[in-house]
Write a protein that binds this ligand. Structure first.
Ligand code: HEM
Length: 153
């Protein structure tokens, strides 16, 4: 497995664990201190859909999709750029996990705006890099028979 994929899958497992923990707290909210449903409702969904599902799928995609290696790019993609995207995705999600419950508890202030803007920009930047890096790796290839036909004529 690529080192990048390993990091992404490990981060996704951590998000799965924390998303489930918050989900559990939301489920038994009436019996424990705190208002977990109010604090965590949309955030819990995003921890699991973005942090867990999406990051797991993209981590595996970086590893398994076809790649064109070159001496300049032994992995078939620019590792540093991909690492920046992973950092941006996870920091962006962390900002959301901090900012959203803060805002949902009545703190509709400048800090909430700043942290939610930061979250949005980081996650959009990460998505942009993922799309640009993976796009060429899903180019369609002519079926084998057609390729042979073309080389004969
Ligand atoms: C991959 C797994 C999961 C995903 C993708 C997921 C996703 C979601 C989403 C999208 C919501 C709606 C959030 C909203 O209304 O804004 C939600 C709500 C909720 N989830 Fe999860 N969830 C998962 C696992 C779990 C687990 C394991 C638990 C409990 C241990 C849990 C407990 C809850 C609770 C209590 C609610 C609030 C229900 C309500 O008040 O309407 N979830 N989840």
């Amino acid at each position: 497995m690529d080192p990048l994929s390993s990091i992404m899958v490990r981060c996704s497992l951590l998000w799965m664990l924390s998303g489930f923990l918050f989900g559990g707290a939301m489920l038994v909210d009436q019996d424990i201190p705190g208002n977990w449903r109010l604090w965590m409702q949309p955030t819990h969904g995003h921890m699991l859909f973005v942090g867990w599902f999406l990051q797991f799928a993209l981590g595996i995609a970086y590893w398994l999709l076809p790649r064109k290696r070159s001496p300049q790019r032994p992995l078939g993609y620019d590792l540093k750029t991909a690492q920046i995207a992973v950092l941006a995705l996870n920091l962006g999600l962390l900002c959301r996990v901090a900012g959203e419950p803060w805002q949902r508890t009545g703190h509709n202030d400048a800090f909430a705006s700043l942290i939610l803007w930061t979250s949005a920009i980081l996650q959009i930047a990460a998505a942009f890099i993922f799309a640009v890096q993976l796009w060429p790796r899903v180019a369609a290839r002519a079926p084998r028979a057609q390729t042979v036909e073309r080389t004969r004529s």
